[in-house]
Design a protein around this ligand. Sequence first.
Ligand code: 13P
Ligand code: SF4
Length: 348
Amino acid sequence: MPPLQTKTPKILTAEELYAILKNIKLGGQVCHYSLKKCEELAPLVNEVNALKAEQDAVILAHTYVVPEILYGVADFVGDSYGLSKNAMSTPAKKIVFAAVKFMGETAQILNPDKEVLMPAKDGGCTLADAINGSEVRRLRQEFPDRTFVCYINTTAEVKAECDVCVTSANVVRVVERIPDKKIYFLPDKFMGQNLIHELKKRGVSKDILYFNGTCDVHKEYTLEQVHKVNLEYPEAKVVSHPECKPEVCEASDYVGSTSQMLQYMRKTAADQFLMLTECGLSARLQVEFPEKHLVGTCTLCDYMKSNDLHDIIRVLKHPTDKDRISVPPSIQEKAKKCIEAMFLYAEK
Ligand code: 13P
Ligand code: SF4
């Protein structure tokens, strides 16, 4: 996995920030940088870095958040799996989690004694919002003989009702290692279908039922788009996230978590890529691999993009109860078992 383990400098000038971000040229204005914009951002970046040092705080950021967070203030950038592991091992007193709520909850469950702050204005996620604890309890009554596997994109309450958690980086590996043949996978329908195909390809026999949630960002990609790019750019590699539709994943050269997608691109000799995931990954590609070219489009996750530098300053200076992740102890304990089961299978 290729995390972006940043050494955030104490002081960053507008010119230095612009030099990092100037190659980002994606659809919306959110991801366009001029020197003027960097002159506005640099003082905020420096204020966050000063506050972080003062308060012994660490900033963990998902790849989908705005690039000024990734390259200006984050200490670690990665996928859900890398972020969970980093949250578990950080010696810092305080964690600021620039991502969405289920990721902050996971950090808090793994670090019950640390303060976890969420700057997101709207930390939702269409997958995490697709199912709640009482629905899982009902499903468990309906299918009492199945092992319940949940994607990490679920609330703590849902994790507390499930047996094993997975991330996009380890879903196949973990489910393959679960001794039970009968699995109920939730909440992502497409990831469930992709899991079934992949296990079949590997000759692993499992009987998997799945829930009907989808991610609004990834469900937008279609097979027609892939075919169009195949025709226009026959040399381009198609790289997709397992939240995409099964026909899209089947037509891709590689399927993996956001960090694995980046890693694939890093080690593949091709210089044109269609990245079927949120625009944050495309932005990283333009900054970290300026010699490689993006073809096609990307889509924005409004939840991830609702994190900004102003809110990071606000939660560091004047945190309110709303900014603090607080998982009730009874849920915390049960959800922790579910996440720990993932680590056990994933690392075995
Ligand atoms: P990753 O764990 O692959 O980064 O995915 C998280 C996510 O929310 C994808 O939509
Ligand atoms: Fe959730 Fe989709 Fe956004 Fe990922 S991209 S955080 S799955 S809504």
